[in-house]
Design a protein around this ligand. Structure first.
Ligand code: NAD
Length: 478
């Protein structure tokens, strides 16, 4: 749901304004700027599903922003607020994001207007399969042309249904599994994909904190240890980011904002306990050991070191930008800061780590999953021989544990094999993600610090990514 007030540009217009700010500092051939900015196509579909004895009509979209590389890539969102403007803005961000982290895809995005909480699992499967059918029959789900992934309101479950629907429609396509990413492990997924976007946010912050100059720009010092963090949205991205920052980097999560209000505790909130509470009670209301306010958005304005919006677009806008106290904002969500708010925050000296970089962990690991599906070989298997000696140590260690625990815990050969395979793949995925986030950060940062006229990370990120898209068009033609 876009929170952008009516007197501000729409989400797509906001993305365009930020794009324009960057291209004004670039020297692109006439016409190419416009070609890159515009969204190539948006398909709208309305379809009916018979549910509880009645036909219900649903509206969905799949937007393709840029095909300078194919397949195009981007998530599918399930939310009541999905509309064409939002899907096109998100597709554009996918183009720039993929270019920035060098995932070889064009940009796309999809959405279905639906409140998933209104339907049971069986109904959701019917609706998702029908939407997938409508997109797949027009090649808008296809391993070589358009590869969706999870976004708000969707996850592994929906991706598995989509993959299966595509496979049923294309029984001779040996690469069918690569038609969508974010699948469960037992349906062609990859270890570490569920956590990937949140993990990427953690790696991005770690890289930021490695640079004394960048910390200084945000008036911050020291390491992540002890930093006071406020997170908005404890869904897939927000939960994993908050959990890893708390458990592995020593951050204190002092505020958590959810759809039904916010929790605040200066001493720090237990992220897993809050998540469990949400799963059980549907929201944060009633969670013990914290102050609760029904005015969740007010907690965005709290005194903290790092603010992580990880829910909706447009939440930091002209109405609250001047009150934001955090010196560092990392955009885990797509488009949480409107163009107008971005101006105000930059004016105040707030450092913003932009969405197209901050949440690129998802598409990065999706790329690994797609490659794994196309190669038809277990990720990491090639390295197996070199790693064998090290694996033997793990087997020995497991055997020792098995002997020690005796009947209390029995290690089957299957478990042993799975354990090893998981460890293998996860390690590779994590190091690939870490590398990607470090390299992309350095490319943005170099642009930020080496040019007088580039005064923020977002403009730097746009310039780096637009240059790559432009180079791609120059090389292959339009
Ligand atoms: N899932 C991914 O891999 C991925 C990748 C890149 C970017 N993103 C972006 O991250 C953001 C979150 O996506 P997600 O996959 O975590 O979604 P999600 O559906 O898993 O979680 C969203 C969370 O936000 C909460 N929320 C809803 N309305 C709210 C409100 N008004 N205030 C506070 N919280 C509210 C929901 O209750 C939920 O917990 C989106 O902008 C999405 O586009 C997601």
């Amino acid at each position: 749901m876009s929170m952008t007030p009516a007197n501000e540009p729409t989400f797509r217009e906001s993305v365009d304004l930020m794009f324009n700010r960057a291209v004004a500092l670039m020297d692109l051939p006439p016409g190419l700027e416009e070609k890159i900015r515009v969204c190539n196509s948006t398909y709208t579909v309305r379809f009916g599903v018979r549910l509880r004895g009645q036909i219900r009509t649903f509206t969905g979209y799949r937007s393709v922003h840029s095909e300078h590389m194919e397949p195009v890539k981007g998530g599918i969102r399930f939310a009541t607020s999905v509309n064409q403007d939002e899907v096109e803005a998100l597709a554009a961000l996918m183009t720039y994001k993929c270019a920035l982290v060098e995932a070889p895809f064009g940009g796309s995005k999809g959405g279905l207007c639906i409140d998933p909480r209104e339907y049971d699992e069986h109904e959701m499967e019917q609706i998702t399969r029908r939407f997938a059918y409508e997109l797949a029959k027009r090649d808008m789900i296809h391993p070589a042309q358009n590869v969706p992934a999870p976004d708000m309101g969707t996850g592994e479950r929906e991706m598995a249904w989509i993959a299966d629907q595509y496979a049923r429609m294309n029984t001779t396509d040996i690469n069918a599994r690569a038609c969508v990413t974010g699948k469960p492990l037992n349906a062609g997924g990859i270890s570490g994909r569920v956590e990937a976007t949140g993990r990427g946010v953690q790696y991005a912050l770690r890289e930021f904190f490695r640079s004394p100059d960048d910390k200084k720009a945000a008036n911050l010092a020291g390491s992540l240890d002890g930093k006071r963090v406020v997170v908005q949205g404890l869904g897939n991205v927000g939960y994993h980011a908050a959990k890893f920052l708390q458990s592995e980097d020593g951050c204190k999560i002092i505020g958590i904002i959810e759809h039904d209000g916010a929790l605040f505790n200066e001493v720090g909130l237990d992220v897993d306990a809050v998540r469990d509470w949400i799963v059980k009670h549907g929201g944060v209301t009633g969670f013990p050991d914290a102050a609760h306010t029904a005015e969740g958005a007010s907690v965005l304005e709290s005194d903290c070191d790092i603010l992580i919006p990880a829910a909706l677009e447009g939440v930091i806008n002209l109405t609250n930008a001047k009150n934001i106290q955090a010196p560092l904002i990392i955009e885990a969500a797509n488009g949480p800061i409107t163009a107008g708010a971005d101006d105000i925050l930059r004016g105040k000296g707030t450092v913003i780590i932009p969405d197209m970089y901050a949440n690129a962990g998802g598409v990065t690991v999706s790329y690994f999953e797609w490659v794994k599906n196309l190669s038809h070989i277990r990720f990491g298997r090639m390295q197996r021989r070199q790693e064998e000696a090290r694996h033997q140590l793990v087997i020995d260690e497991l055997q020792r544990l098995d002997d020690m625990l005796g009947d209390a815990w029995s290690m089957t050969p299957d478990f042993k094999e799975k354990y090893l395979r998981g460890a293998d793949e996860l390690e590779l995925v994590r190091s690939g993600l870490d590398d990607t986030m470090r390299i992309a950060y350095q490319s943005m940062r170099e642009m930020w610090h080496s040019r007088e006229d580039v005064q923020d990370l977002r403009t730097a990120a746009y310039i780096v990514s637009i240059s790559k898209v432009a180079a791609s068009y120059r090389a292959k033609g339009l």
